[in-house]
Design a protein around this ligand. Sequence first.
Ligand SMILES: NC(=O)c1ccc[n+]([C@@H]2O[C@H](COP(=O)([O-])OP(=O)(O)OC[C@H]3O[C@@H](n4cnc5c(N)ncnc54)[C@H](O)[C@@H]3O)[C@@H](O)[C@H]2O)c1
Length: 372
Amino acid sequence: MHIGCPREVKPQEFRVGLTPQAAHEAVHHGHQVTVETGAGVGAGFADDDYLAAGAQIADSAAEVWERADLVIKVKEPQAEEIPLLRPGQVLFAYLHLAPDPALTRALTASGATCIAYETVTGAHGGLPLLAPMSEVAGRLAPQVGAWAMQRANGGCGVLLGGVPGVRPANVLIIGGGVVGTAAARVSAGMSANVTVVDRSLSRLNYLDDIFMGRLITQFADSATIAELLPQADLVIGAVLVPGASTPRLVRREQLAGMRAGSVLVDVAVDQGGCFETSRPTTHEDPIYEVDGVLHYCVSNMPGAVSRTSTLALGNATLPFLLALADKGWQRACRDDIHLSHGVNIHAGHVTHAAVAAAQGLEFEPADRIIAA
Ligand SMILES: NC(=O)c1ccc[n+]([C@@H]2O[C@H](COP(=O)([O-])OP(=O)(O)OC[C@H]3O[C@@H](n4cnc5c(N)ncnc54)[C@H](O)[C@@H]3O)[C@@H](O)[C@H]2O)c1
C-alpha cells in the first residue's frame, strides 16, 4: 500500500498526521510512504527524519495525494485539498462531519472512503483517537490558567502552588472525564487546592480512589457550583455530553461574585463551552475579560504543543494505520468493529448513523459495505 502524508494547510495547525516513527513502522511492514516536504516542521520533524525512516519526500501536496492509496492527516480536508481526493482512495483524519454539511457533501462527491478519528471507538469504551488530545488539553489547562493568573497578564496575581505561609490557588474543575482528570493531575502536582465536580458518581468514585485525598470531589449540581465559584481562582470547564452541545453551567451574573482577576479556562469551548460568556479564541489572542474575570477559550489547545500532540496522536493512530495498510480498509474493518465505527463516508454514501441523522441524509450502514 502507498501511504501519503500531506502538510496540514488549516491555519495555525502545526501537527502532522504521520511521525517519522510511524513512517518507519509502515515501511517495515512493507508499505511505501510519501510525505510532503516540510510537513513535519511545525512538530519539530525535518524531511531528513522521514528520509531516514525510509519514506520519500514529495515537493507538493498534489504529488502526495496522487501517489497515495491511503492518506493520513490531522484535520479535515480544506477547500484546496478536496479536489485532490479520488474514488477508491482512503482518507484517515479528524473529520467532525456532523455539524458540517458542506464538507460532508464534498467528501461524498469525491467517491473516497473517509475514516474519521473521532468516531473510532475503544474496546473498553471511550474514543481512543480523541482521548490523547483531551489528555494534552487537560494537562495544558492549569498551565495556561497559571499564566493568565499572573498580574502582568491581567490576572489576580496568585501563584498556583502558593508558598509556605501563603495559600495556593483554588482550582475548580467542572467535569472529571479525560480532560478533567488530566487537569486535576497537573493542578494537584503543582500544589493547588483542587476540587472536581461531576454528575457521574462512578467518575467521582474513581477520582476519589486514584487521588487518595489529594483533591475534593463534589456532585455537580447548580447550587454546589454556585457555592464554589466565589472561592475559585481558576475554573476549568471540562464537561462533555456526547453528541450534544455543552450545558452552560456558569451564568454571566455569577461572574460578579467571583474574585477580580480570577480565570476561566473553557476547554469545552469546542462543543459550545460550559460558561455563558465563553466564545472561541485563538492562540494569537487567547484571552479576553468579562466583568473582571479572564476567559481563555482556545478551541484547539493541543496545537500549542504541536510536538507532544503529534507524538500522542501518532501513538494512538499507528495500530489502526497499520491495520488499514496491511489488510486493506474493508478487511481491517471486518476484523475490528471499533475501527469500522470510524467509516463515515464510502463511495458516495454516508455510512455513519449520527452524521446522517444530524444532516437528514440517507444512511448506508458501514457493516453492509464491509461485509460485501
Ligand atoms: N479546547 C480544546 O482544544 C479541546 C481539546 C480536547 C478536548 N476538548 C473538549 O473537552 C471536553 C471534555 O472532553 P473529555 O475528553 O474530558 O470528555 P469526557 O467524556 O472524558 O468527560 C466529560 C465529563 O463531563 C461530565 N459531565 C457531563 N455533564 C456534566 C454536568 N452537567 N456537570 C458536570 N460534569 C458533567 C461527564 O460525566 C464526564 O465525566 C469536550 O468538550 C472536548 O471536546 C477540547
